[in-house]
Ligand binder design. Structure first.
Ligand code: NAD
Ligand code: ZN
Length: 231
């Protein structure tokens, strides 16, 4: 195929070598908190200060992080590949953008965005959000981090499903395959006959569903894969 359509899904693993901890990293920010407390609407209702502080810390960390060779290779693929390249990420950091990617689909939201719980308006989050932050559109004191928490519906699902339905190649990078619906993308891609490839340090939960698996660090596996595609 001359110009295959490519859909890429990235997870926390692609940002690990940039110093941002994954879910499972021992001693990382995630390990110090229970997911129910910091990544659910119920946790936010119980203790908004804890949740806002948690994302403020992650935002501060992401602000100083720099992209690694994995992010850079994907930006190059977007720039140089003749066919469609749809880049979907579960990450809330902006390392794809810092590497030069454009039109990144943040299905789980973004640290640098704030959301109004009253009117759904979005605006650039300050480095330090605060509980009761005021919405610049409707003035309600109901700002929250623009993050998709467990139990909430991921963003841009229609667009992602459209891209998957037209994919010739589906690649999952640095994602454990634990969190649905993203973990189901490989099945959708397989169903329509796309080639599937997984690039992970440790095999993900859904590794058996991939045709091609490439264990290793994203900073090495991703540039090698991009070189192959670009020929
Ligand atoms: P996960 O933590 O569940 O899994 C990370 C995966 O990356 C693992 O399979 C691991 O083997 C792999 N990995 C670790 N280091 C790697 C490396 N150097 N190269 C390649 N692979 C590596 O992450 P997930 O599947 O993305 O799910 C976690 C959820 O948590 C997502 O919903 C996401 O929104 C959120 N999260 C985001 C960030 C971020 O934005 N950087 C960080 C942590 C968690
Ligand atoms: Zn508002």
């Amino acid at each position: 195929m001359a110009h295959p359509s490519i859909v890429i899904l990235t997870g926390a693993g692609i940002s690990a070598e940039s110093g941002l901890g994954t879910f499972r990293d021992e001693g990382g920010l995630w390990a110090q908190h229970r997911i129910e407390d910091v990544a659910t609407p119920e946790g936010f209702a119980r203790n908004p200060q804890l949740v806002v502080d948690f994302y403020n810390a992650r935002r501060a960390q992401a602000a100083t992080a720099t992209p690694n060779a994995g992010h850079v290779a994907l930006a190059r693929l977007q720039a140089e590949h003749q066919g469609d390249v749809t880049l979907v990420t579960q990450n809330v950091d902006d390392l794809h953008e810092k590497a030069g990617s454009s039109d990144v689909i943040h299905m789980h939201g973004a640290l640098n965005s704030a959301l109004c719980r009253a009117c759904d308006h979005r605006w650039p989050a300050p480095l330090e959000m605060r509980v009761g932050g005021v919405c610049p559109s409707c003035a309600a004191p109901r700002a929250r981090p623009d993050i998709v928490w467990f139990g909430e519906i991921p963003y841009h699902m229609e667009r992602i499903e459209r891209a998957l339905a037209a994919a010739d190649i589906f690649a999952a990078i640095g994602t454990s395959g634990n969190v649905y619906p993203a973990a189901g993308f490989v099945q959708m891609a397989t169903h329509i006959g796309a080639k599937t490839v997984e690039m992970n340090l440790d095999p993900g939960e859904t590794v058996a569903l991939f045709e091609d698996t490439r264990p290793g660090k994203a900073s090495q596996t991703v540039p090698a894969w991009v070189d192959e595609i670009l020929g």
